[in-house]
Ligand binder design. Structure first.
Ligand SMILES: NC(=O)c1ccc[n+]([C@@H]2O[C@H](COP(=O)([O-])OP(=O)(O)OC[C@H]3O[C@@H](n4cnc5c(N)ncnc54)[C@H](OP(=O)(O)O)[C@@H]3O)[C@@H](O)[C@H]2O)c1
Length: 270
């Protein structure tokens, strides 16, 4: 009698829209079972049904608001469950606020930090120990090119995600676990609409397609790249940002932020 090898399992946060949905579809097509996390339960169920019928995968739905510490813990417990190992964690859920820090409400800023930073911290911790002990696995933390520039608290949170991910890659790399920060530029998703951001000033060539971003990221994970910046144009932009003085980066990105709102600086960029 032969025992079937279990399929690898990927857990994706924010799996109902944009980059998370693109990850879920690509990973299902590539042979992974899935655990899908987001808040909107009917939408989670629709995505799960689609993935089951299109790819024949086992799909769990795990509704959770990652800004809520108790609900986040339920997701962390699932990630850390050694009886049902998660082989790939994609910390993707996120949002922007669409206004400057000074004009915003502090509870919204705290919620932003909870989802963009605390959830990434807690879920990475839940995944790291079991993956190290198994000697394999991968963690993708969705950051942003915003983390290299100066666009309010969103940029600061994404800078944290990238730096944190690099440190985690140092710790886990010797144990066979791959860790990658995905840093995309502008991607066509629901992100800007949800943040009520006017995007008419962003030129068409600056926009990326979510499926292309996901394919580039997964290729970088396979190559063992720690920081993944999809597309030649954003790779060049990041190189330039790293070369010019920080005062120039502040001046240029500050002006760009202001031009996208009626006078206020954008807090959540891309
Ligand atoms: N779009 C861009 O230009 C761009 C560029 C660089 C980086 N990013 C990053 O990419 C990631 C994905 O964003 P996206 O562009 O794909 O946006 P999106 O289309 O708006 O999707 C966001 C996803 O996150 C989920 N989500 C939001 N808040 C949540 C919470 N509190 N708890 C659990 N799930 C939550 C949403 O589902 P529910 O509403 O049902 O919870 C949805 O599935 C984010 O981390 C974002 O910062 C985006």
């Amino acid at each position: 009698m032969t025992t079937a090898t279990p399929r690898p399992t990927a857990l994706v946060t924010g799996a109902t829209s944009g980059l998370g949905l693109a990850f879920a579809r690509r990973l299902a097509a590539d042979g992974n079972d899935l655990v899908l996390v987001a808040r909107d339960v009917p939408r989670l169920d629709r995505v799960a049904d689609e993935l089951r019928s299109a790819y024949g995968r086992r799909v769990e739905v795990l509704p959770a608001d990652l800004a809520d510490r108790g609900q986040l813990q339920r997701v962390a417990d699932r990630v850390a469950d050694t009886a049902r190992p998660v082989d790939l964690l994609v910390n993707n859920a996120g949002f922007g606020l669409g206004h400057g820090f000074v004009d915003g409400r502090l509870p919204d800023e705290e919620r932003l930090l909870d989802v963009l930073v605390r959830a990434v911290l807690v879920l990475s911790h839940a995944a790291a120990g079991p993956m190290r002990d198994r000697g394999r696995g991968a963690i993708i933390n969705v950051s942003s090119v915003s983390g290299f520039v100066v666009m309010g608290s969103y940029s600061a949170a994404k800078a944290w995600v990238t730096t944190f991910t690099e440190g985690l890659a140092n710790e886990l790399g010797p144990h066979g676990v791959r860790v990658t920060a995905l840093c995309p530029g502008f991607v066509h998703t629901e992100f800007h609409q949800r943040a009520h951001q006017r995007m008419t000033q962003v030129p068409r060539p600056a926009w990326l397609d979510a499926d292309d971003v996901v394919d580039a990221c997964l290729a970088d994970v396979r190559r063992g790249r720690v920081v993944s910046v999809p597309s030649a144009r954003y790779k060049a932009a990041v190189l330039l940002i790293r070369l010019v003085p920080r005062s120039v980066v502040r001046r240029i990105t500050g002006g760009f932020s202001r031009s996208r709102t009626s006078g206020a600086t954008v807090g959540g960029a891309h």
